[in-house]
Design a protein around this ligand. Structure first.
Ligand code: HEC
Ligand code: HEC
Length: 235
Protein backbone atom coordinates (compact mmCIF):
# COMPACT_ATOMS: atom_id res chain seq x y z
CA UNK A 1 0.00 0.00 0.00
CA UNK A 2 2.73 2.40 1.01
CA UNK A 3 4.60 1.69 -2.22
CA UNK A 4 1.53 2.38 -4.32
CA UNK A 5 1.16 5.70 -2.46
CA UNK A 6 4.71 6.57 -3.49
CA UNK A 7 3.98 5.62 -7.10
CA UNK A 8 0.85 7.79 -7.17
CA UNK A 9 2.65 10.72 -5.51
CA UNK A 10 5.37 10.34 -8.11
CA UNK A 11 2.88 10.32 -10.99
CA UNK A 12 1.29 13.51 -9.61
CA UNK A 13 4.63 15.19 -8.95
CA UNK A 14 5.75 14.11 -12.42
CA UNK A 15 3.15 16.42 -13.94
CA UNK A 16 4.91 19.33 -12.27
CA UNK A 17 8.57 18.35 -12.37
CA UNK A 18 10.14 15.34 -14.16
CA UNK A 19 9.94 12.31 -11.92
CA UNK A 20 12.30 9.44 -12.72
CA UNK A 21 12.74 6.17 -10.87
CA UNK A 22 13.24 6.52 -7.13
CA UNK A 23 16.58 5.43 -5.65
CA UNK A 24 14.84 2.34 -4.20
CA UNK A 25 13.52 1.37 -7.65
CA UNK A 26 16.96 1.84 -9.16
CA UNK A 27 18.59 -0.25 -6.46
CA UNK A 28 15.86 -2.86 -6.93
CA UNK A 29 16.51 -3.01 -10.67
CA UNK A 30 20.25 -3.40 -10.06
CA UNK A 31 19.51 -6.30 -7.69
CA UNK A 32 17.13 -7.79 -10.27
CA UNK A 33 20.00 -7.93 -12.77
CA UNK A 34 22.71 -9.13 -10.39
CA UNK A 35 23.42 -12.81 -9.71
CA UNK A 36 25.17 -11.78 -6.46
CA UNK A 37 21.74 -11.26 -4.91
CA UNK A 38 22.27 -14.90 -3.93
CA UNK A 39 25.56 -15.50 -2.16
CA UNK A 40 25.71 -19.17 -3.14
CA UNK A 41 28.89 -20.04 -5.00
CA UNK A 42 26.76 -22.36 -7.15
CA UNK A 43 24.48 -19.62 -8.42
CA UNK A 44 25.05 -17.81 -11.70
CA UNK A 45 21.45 -16.64 -12.26
CA UNK A 46 19.87 -13.26 -11.69
CA UNK A 47 16.15 -12.62 -11.87
CA UNK A 48 16.79 -11.19 -15.36
CA UNK A 49 18.26 -14.53 -16.54
CA UNK A 50 14.75 -16.00 -16.52
CA UNK A 51 12.30 -13.08 -16.62
CA UNK A 52 11.65 -10.28 -19.09
CA UNK A 53 10.09 -7.13 -17.67
CA UNK A 54 7.81 -6.48 -20.66
CA UNK A 55 6.84 -8.36 -23.79
CA UNK A 56 8.71 -5.76 -25.89
CA UNK A 57 11.88 -6.41 -23.93
CA UNK A 58 11.41 -10.20 -24.30
CA UNK A 59 11.34 -9.86 -28.09
CA UNK A 60 11.87 -13.29 -29.65
CA UNK A 61 13.36 -14.73 -26.48
CA UNK A 62 11.71 -17.69 -24.79
CA UNK A 63 12.25 -17.27 -21.07
CA UNK A 64 11.31 -20.05 -18.63
CA UNK A 65 9.76 -17.44 -16.32
CA UNK A 66 6.94 -15.25 -17.57
CA UNK A 67 7.22 -11.50 -18.13
CA UNK A 68 6.94 -9.60 -14.86
CA UNK A 69 5.02 -6.67 -16.33
CA UNK A 70 2.12 -6.06 -13.92
CA UNK A 71 3.49 -8.62 -11.47
CA UNK A 72 2.91 -6.64 -8.26
CA UNK A 73 -0.80 -6.18 -8.99
CA UNK A 74 -1.62 -9.82 -9.80
CA UNK A 75 -4.02 -11.46 -7.33
CA UNK A 76 -1.77 -14.49 -6.80
CA UNK A 77 1.29 -16.13 -8.31
CA UNK A 78 2.69 -19.46 -9.42
CA UNK A 79 -0.71 -20.60 -10.69
CA UNK A 80 -2.35 -19.81 -7.31
CA UNK A 81 0.24 -21.69 -5.30
CA UNK A 82 1.71 -18.48 -3.83
CA UNK A 83 -0.50 -15.78 -2.30
CA UNK A 84 2.11 -13.17 -1.40
CA UNK A 85 4.52 -11.57 -3.83
CA UNK A 86 7.46 -12.05 -1.48
CA UNK A 87 6.79 -15.79 -1.26
CA UNK A 88 6.53 -15.97 -5.06
CA UNK A 89 9.93 -14.25 -5.36
CA UNK A 90 11.44 -16.38 -2.61
CA UNK A 91 10.34 -19.50 -4.39
CA UNK A 92 12.66 -18.53 -7.27
CA UNK A 93 15.33 -17.27 -4.93
CA UNK A 94 15.62 -20.53 -3.00
CA UNK A 95 14.72 -23.05 -5.75
CA UNK A 96 16.75 -21.65 -8.65
CA UNK A 97 19.27 -19.19 -7.16
CA UNK A 98 20.18 -21.47 -4.27
CA UNK A 99 19.51 -18.75 -1.69
CA UNK A 100 19.91 -20.54 1.63
CA UNK A 101 17.43 -18.46 3.64
CA UNK A 102 14.44 -16.72 2.05
CA UNK A 103 14.66 -12.93 1.72
CA UNK A 104 12.99 -11.35 4.76
CA UNK A 105 10.25 -8.74 4.29
CA UNK A 106 12.19 -6.11 6.25
CA UNK A 107 15.48 -6.74 4.39
CA UNK A 108 16.35 -3.53 2.45
CA UNK A 109 17.04 -5.74 -0.59
CA UNK A 110 13.51 -7.22 -0.56
CA UNK A 111 12.07 -3.75 -0.14
CA UNK A 112 14.05 -2.39 -3.08
CA UNK A 113 13.14 -5.40 -5.27
CA UNK A 114 9.52 -4.84 -4.28
CA UNK A 115 9.67 -1.17 -5.28
CA UNK A 116 11.12 -2.18 -8.63
CA UNK A 117 8.42 -4.81 -9.23
CA UNK A 118 5.78 -2.20 -8.29
CA UNK A 119 7.31 0.17 -10.85
CA UNK A 120 6.67 -2.53 -13.49
CA UNK A 121 3.01 -2.61 -12.42
CA UNK A 122 1.33 0.70 -13.21
CA UNK A 123 -2.21 -0.75 -13.26
CA UNK A 124 -4.03 -1.25 -9.93
CA UNK A 125 -4.98 -4.79 -10.99
CA UNK A 126 -3.45 -7.23 -13.44
CA UNK A 127 -4.72 -10.72 -14.27
CA UNK A 128 -3.08 -13.78 -12.74
CA UNK A 129 -0.89 -15.59 -15.24
CA UNK A 130 -1.55 -19.20 -15.99
CA UNK A 131 1.31 -21.58 -15.58
CA UNK A 132 0.81 -25.18 -16.67
CA UNK A 133 3.48 -27.59 -15.55
CA UNK A 134 3.59 -30.74 -17.64
CA UNK A 135 3.53 -33.47 -15.04
CA UNK A 136 3.32 -36.60 -17.17
CA UNK A 137 6.06 -36.78 -19.76
CA UNK A 138 5.13 -38.05 -23.20
CA UNK A 139 7.05 -37.96 -26.43
CA UNK A 140 6.46 -35.10 -28.88
CA UNK A 141 6.55 -35.26 -32.68
CA UNK A 142 9.85 -33.97 -34.07
CA UNK A 143 9.43 -30.69 -35.91
CA UNK A 144 11.27 -28.36 -38.23
CA UNK A 145 15.00 -28.32 -37.39
CA UNK A 146 15.43 -24.74 -38.67
CA UNK A 147 12.83 -23.56 -36.19
CA UNK A 148 14.63 -25.72 -33.60
CA UNK A 149 17.83 -23.72 -34.10
CA UNK A 150 15.89 -20.53 -33.35
CA UNK A 151 14.29 -22.11 -30.28
CA UNK A 152 17.69 -23.14 -28.99
CA UNK A 153 19.01 -19.61 -29.36
CA UNK A 154 15.90 -18.08 -27.82
CA UNK A 155 15.51 -20.47 -24.88
CA UNK A 156 18.65 -22.43 -24.04
CA UNK A 157 21.74 -20.69 -25.36
CA UNK A 158 22.14 -17.99 -22.69
CA UNK A 159 22.73 -20.66 -20.06
CA UNK A 160 24.11 -23.57 -22.08
CA UNK A 161 26.18 -21.70 -24.69
CA UNK A 162 26.73 -22.88 -28.26
CA UNK A 163 25.68 -26.44 -29.07
CA UNK A 164 28.48 -29.01 -28.92
CA UNK A 165 31.04 -26.57 -27.47
CA UNK A 166 29.20 -24.73 -24.70
CA UNK A 167 31.01 -21.56 -25.80
CA UNK A 168 29.85 -18.46 -23.89
CA UNK A 169 27.67 -20.43 -21.50
CA UNK A 170 26.60 -18.62 -18.34
CA UNK A 171 27.97 -21.30 -16.03
CA UNK A 172 29.98 -24.49 -16.41
CA UNK A 173 27.29 -26.12 -14.23
CA UNK A 174 25.09 -26.08 -17.35
CA UNK A 175 26.28 -29.07 -19.42
CA UNK A 176 27.10 -28.92 -23.12
CA UNK A 177 24.06 -29.81 -25.24
CA UNK A 178 23.14 -32.16 -26.70
CA UNK A 179 26.30 -34.08 -25.66
CA UNK A 180 25.01 -34.71 -22.13
CA UNK A 181 22.22 -36.85 -23.61
CA UNK A 182 24.87 -39.26 -24.93
CA UNK A 183 25.02 -40.81 -21.45
CA UNK A 184 21.27 -41.25 -21.11
CA UNK A 185 21.22 -44.65 -22.86
CA UNK A 186 23.41 -46.07 -20.06
CA UNK A 187 21.93 -44.08 -17.19
CA UNK A 188 18.29 -44.71 -18.10
CA UNK A 189 18.31 -47.93 -20.15
CA UNK A 190 14.53 -48.16 -20.11
CA UNK A 191 13.76 -44.69 -21.50
CA UNK A 192 14.62 -43.34 -24.94
CA UNK A 193 17.18 -40.45 -24.58
CA UNK A 194 14.75 -38.00 -26.23
CA UNK A 195 12.24 -38.65 -23.47
CA UNK A 196 14.79 -38.07 -20.68
CA UNK A 197 15.67 -34.81 -22.38
CA UNK A 198 12.01 -33.77 -22.59
CA UNK A 199 11.62 -34.55 -18.91
CA UNK A 200 14.49 -32.21 -17.98
CA UNK A 201 13.03 -29.36 -20.05
CA UNK A 202 9.50 -29.82 -18.69
CA UNK A 203 10.41 -30.56 -15.06
CA UNK A 204 13.59 -28.52 -14.57
CA UNK A 205 14.65 -29.27 -11.01
CA UNK A 206 11.25 -30.54 -9.88
CA UNK A 207 9.52 -33.93 -9.66
CA UNK A 208 12.70 -35.47 -8.25
CA UNK A 209 14.87 -34.48 -11.23
CA UNK A 210 17.18 -32.21 -9.18
CA UNK A 211 19.61 -29.44 -10.14
CA UNK A 212 18.58 -25.80 -10.44
CA UNK A 213 17.36 -25.44 -14.01
CA UNK A 214 13.90 -23.89 -14.30
CA UNK A 215 11.02 -25.96 -15.73
CA UNK A 216 9.37 -24.83 -18.99
CA UNK A 217 5.61 -24.67 -18.65
CA UNK A 218 3.34 -25.02 -21.68
CA UNK A 219 2.97 -21.23 -21.68
CA UNK A 220 6.75 -20.80 -21.79
CA UNK A 221 7.45 -23.42 -24.49
CA UNK A 222 4.96 -25.19 -26.75
CA UNK A 223 5.26 -28.89 -27.59
CA UNK A 224 5.66 -27.79 -31.20
CA UNK A 225 8.76 -25.71 -30.38
CA UNK A 226 10.07 -28.49 -28.15
CA UNK A 227 9.67 -30.97 -31.04
CA UNK A 228 11.52 -28.56 -33.35
CA UNK A 229 14.32 -28.21 -30.78
CA UNK A 230 14.71 -31.99 -30.50
CA UNK A 231 14.90 -32.26 -34.28
CA UNK A 232 17.67 -29.63 -34.39
CA UNK A 233 19.59 -31.40 -31.60
CA UNK A 234 19.15 -34.78 -33.30
CA UNK A 235 17.42 -36.42 -30.34
C1 HEC B 1 16.26 -19.91 -13.19
C2 HEC B 1 15.12 -19.16 -13.61
C3 HEC B 1 14.48 -18.19 -12.65
C4 HEC B 1 15.11 -17.25 -11.85
C5 HEC B 1 16.58 -17.01 -11.66
C6 HEC B 1 14.05 -16.49 -11.23
N1 HEC B 1 12.84 -16.96 -11.63
FE1 HEC B 1 11.05 -16.22 -11.08
N2 HEC B 1 10.11 -17.77 -12.04
C7 HEC B 1 10.73 -18.71 -12.83
C8 HEC B 1 9.73 -19.64 -13.33
C9 HEC B 1 10.00 -20.82 -14.24
C10 HEC B 1 8.49 -19.22 -12.80
C11 HEC B 1 7.13 -19.88 -13.01
C12 HEC B 1 6.51 -19.36 -14.26
C13 HEC B 1 6.03 -17.96 -14.07
O1 HEC B 1 4.95 -17.79 -13.48
O2 HEC B 1 6.74 -17.00 -14.46
C14 HEC B 1 8.76 -18.03 -12.00
C15 HEC B 1 7.80 -17.29 -11.33
C16 HEC B 1 8.03 -16.07 -10.73
C17 HEC B 1 7.01 -15.23 -10.16
C18 HEC B 1 5.52 -15.55 -10.18
C19 HEC B 1 4.88 -14.93 -11.40
C20 HEC B 1 3.40 -15.25 -11.51
O3 HEC B 1 2.63 -14.34 -11.82
O4 HEC B 1 3.02 -16.41 -11.28
C21 HEC B 1 7.61 -14.11 -9.66
C22 HEC B 1 6.96 -12.94 -8.97
C23 HEC B 1 9.03 -14.25 -9.91
N3 HEC B 1 9.24 -15.45 -10.56
C24 HEC B 1 9.99 -13.30 -9.59
C25 HEC B 1 11.35 -13.55 -9.63
C26 HEC B 1 12.35 -12.67 -9.08
C27 HEC B 1 12.07 -11.31 -8.46
C28 HEC B 1 13.55 -13.28 -9.24
C29 HEC B 1 14.89 -12.86 -8.71
C30 HEC B 1 14.99 -12.77 -7.26
C31 HEC B 1 13.29 -14.53 -9.95
N4 HEC B 1 11.96 -14.66 -10.17
C32 HEC B 1 14.29 -15.43 -10.35
C33 HEC B 1 12.07 -18.76 -13.11
C34 HEC B 1 13.05 -18.00 -12.49
C1 HEC C 1 18.51 -20.39 -16.57
C2 HEC C 1 19.55 -21.20 -17.16
C3 HEC C 1 19.12 -22.39 -17.99
C4 HEC C 1 18.29 -22.38 -19.07
C5 HEC C 1 17.55 -21.20 -19.66
C6 HEC C 1 18.26 -23.73 -19.57
N1 HEC C 1 19.05 -24.53 -18.78
FE1 HEC C 1 19.32 -26.52 -19.00
N2 HEC C 1 20.47 -26.57 -17.33
C7 HEC C 1 20.86 -25.47 -16.62
C8 HEC C 1 21.73 -25.88 -15.52
C9 HEC C 1 22.39 -24.96 -14.50
C10 HEC C 1 21.84 -27.28 -15.60
C11 HEC C 1 22.61 -28.20 -14.63
C12 HEC C 1 21.83 -28.31 -13.33
C13 HEC C 1 20.54 -29.05 -13.52
O1 HEC C 1 20.56 -30.18 -14.02
O2 HEC C 1 19.48 -28.49 -13.18
C14 HEC C 1 21.04 -27.68 -16.76
C15 HEC C 1 20.90 -28.98 -17.19
C16 HEC C 1 20.30 -29.36 -18.38
C17 HEC C 1 20.28 -30.70 -18.91
C18 HEC C 1 21.00 -31.90 -18.33
C19 HEC C 1 20.25 -32.68 -17.34
C20 HEC C 1 21.13 -33.86 -16.90
O3 HEC C 1 21.55 -33.84 -15.76
O4 HEC C 1 21.42 -34.71 -17.70
C21 HEC C 1 19.57 -30.67 -20.08
C22 HEC C 1 19.26 -31.83 -20.99
C23 HEC C 1 19.16 -29.29 -20.28
N3 HEC C 1 19.61 -28.53 -19.23
C24 HEC C 1 18.44 -28.86 -21.37
C25 HEC C 1 18.03 -27.55 -21.56
C26 HEC C 1 17.30 -27.09 -22.71
C27 HEC C 1 16.92 -27.95 -23.89
C28 HEC C 1 17.05 -25.76 -22.53
C29 HEC C 1 16.26 -24.84 -23.40
C30 HEC C 1 14.90 -25.24 -23.71
C31 HEC C 1 17.63 -25.39 -21.26
N4 HEC C 1 18.23 -26.49 -20.71
C32 HEC C 1 17.57 -24.12 -20.69
C33 HEC C 1 20.49 -24.17 -16.85
C34 HEC C 1 19.60 -23.75 -17.81
Amino acid sequence: MRARGVAVACAVAGLVAGCGPTPAEEYGEALFRDSRLSTSQYNAFSCATCHATSSEQAGDKLYAGLSLEGVASRPHWWGGYEVTLLDAVNFCYTAFMRGTTPLAAEDPKSRALYEYLVSLSPQPQSPAQSFTLVRDITDVPRGDARRGAEVYRAACQDCHGEVRTGEDRLTTLAPVLPDVAGEYGQLFPNSPPGLVFIEKVRHGRFFGVGGNMPPYSREALSDEDLGALLAWLGL
